[in-house]
Design a protein around this ligand. Sequence first.
Ligand SMILES: Cc1cc2nc3c(=O)[nH]c(=O)nc-3n(C[C@H](O)[C@H](O)[C@H](O)COP(=O)(O)OP(=O)(O)OC[C@H]3O[C@@H](n4cnc5c(N)ncnc54)[C@H](O)[C@@H]3O)c2cc1C
Length: 471
Amino acid sequence: MKQHYSYWFKQALEQEFGSEEAVIRTRLTKDEEFDIAIVGGGYTGLWTAILIKQQQPGKHVVVLEKGLCGIGASGSNGGCMLTWSTKYPTLKKLYGEEQAKWLVQESENAIYEIEDFCKTHGIDAHLYRRGTYYTSTNEAQKGGMESVVNELSRLGINSWRKCDKDLKQKAGSERHIEGYYSEAAGSVQPALLVRGLRRVALELGIKIYEDSPMQKLEYGQPAKVVTDKATVSAKQVVLALNAWMLDHFKEFKRSIVVVSSDMVVTDPIPETLNQHGPEKGATVVDSRIFVHYYRDTRDGRLMLGKGGNKFSFANQVDTMFNQPTSYLPLLNRSFQKLFPQLEQNSFAYNWSGGSDRSVTGLPFFGNLKGQSNIFYGLGYSGNGVAQTRMGGKILSSMVLGLDNQWTRCGMTKGSLGHFPPEPFRWLGAMMMRDAVRRKENAEDENLKPFWLDKQLAKLAGPAGKADKVNG
Ligand SMILES: Cc1cc2nc3c(=O)[nH]c(=O)nc-3n(C[C@H](O)[C@H](O)[C@H](O)COP(=O)(O)OP(=O)(O)OC[C@H]3O[C@@H](n4cnc5c(N)ncnc54)[C@H](O)[C@@H]3O)c2cc1C
């Protein structure tokens, strides 16, 4: 089946090659040897490769990608560059106060570092560090951020301020009744970012083979990554496969669930957005469990995304995601509720993608069981645009055998929890999703949700983009 590209990925390929048909691919066609082979050419794989090469230029590094670099989540996400500051309570519970504080700060640093990286390397990824609005759209959602902000303030790391009367105007919708703003955030054209990383990786001397899917990984020293045409032997291998990890490594089958995020983008409406849209370059995220998130684009479109619509059975990815959304009516209803003033009754494009949701809502890293030369990282749970740079720091440090805060951090201990086996996982996810929908619809109408729906919704985690099933 031909993959349905995201709006961003189409745009990036057209800009890079002139048209989708003119795309040039360099495939692995003969056996080769490397120090380090990285499988997966999204943000995680490319940041890891770049950070390894920057620290040790002598290392011979290859990236093997099954399609084109960026064809996965990295080229199709919402481009909302967010931090882990709203995840502070979960981070503290899992890793203790000191590490939680450090991880929040590093997630904010990542935003500034990516901005600097793009400037230094001439990557025009339409990156606007204009902050984010984290809002409530009904009474039930109000007050959720207060305790987090208090804790962050106590630690001296709070970047959030409560918005005043201009919230509705700045966030571009009358629906917002409470909101916080942080400037440590922004928006990016995600596919231009990942294709930019690819270019820089090549300039640093990293080999990249696209259309070269790993079919098999043979353990040993060296390990062998077998593709359809040839084999790469490498002393160390990094698996940066996101949700596709499950295709090959069953040890992760209960560590993640693959959850859709669905997106629509309007035609260019720059004048209308100037008057009635959100602040240019900022991102807006509401406090639903299945979050709404939106941002504008450089050419004056509005993109709206919504997470948690489709849960994959047995974690299939290609057959279920990366297609036109099957939730267009739902997205349209959300759009009309949020932006009636824009008077948009149709969209220029839509797509969907699958996110790797972990039990904790945070990524995890480690070595494959019994394989000290094979590393992995996944589970970003819909918060990865900035966090994959941190993932790159963790993985590059692990590969280089460094003893630093990254290798010592709690995220390197592998998956911290398991979902139930199928079919219970999928059935449970469906019950939870439907309960969340009923609860949030009732709250939108200022009605009291059913008790059972509230209890089931709790299983999805706390509300807030950071800690929930999103994209
Ligand atoms: C629809 C959607 C919306 C999102 N929105 C946001 C957002 O607004 N903000 C945010 O912070 N995060 C968001 N995310 C999450 C974020 O995009 C991801 O966390 C991040 O891109 C993960 O990067 P990655 O490199 O780990 O994975 P990917 O970019 O998915 O990279 C994995 C790569 O591995 C390749 N691969 C798979 N199998 C093989 C194989 N056998 N051999 C070789 N290569 C293989 C794939 O083709 C893919 O390119 C969203 C995710 C989705 C899906």
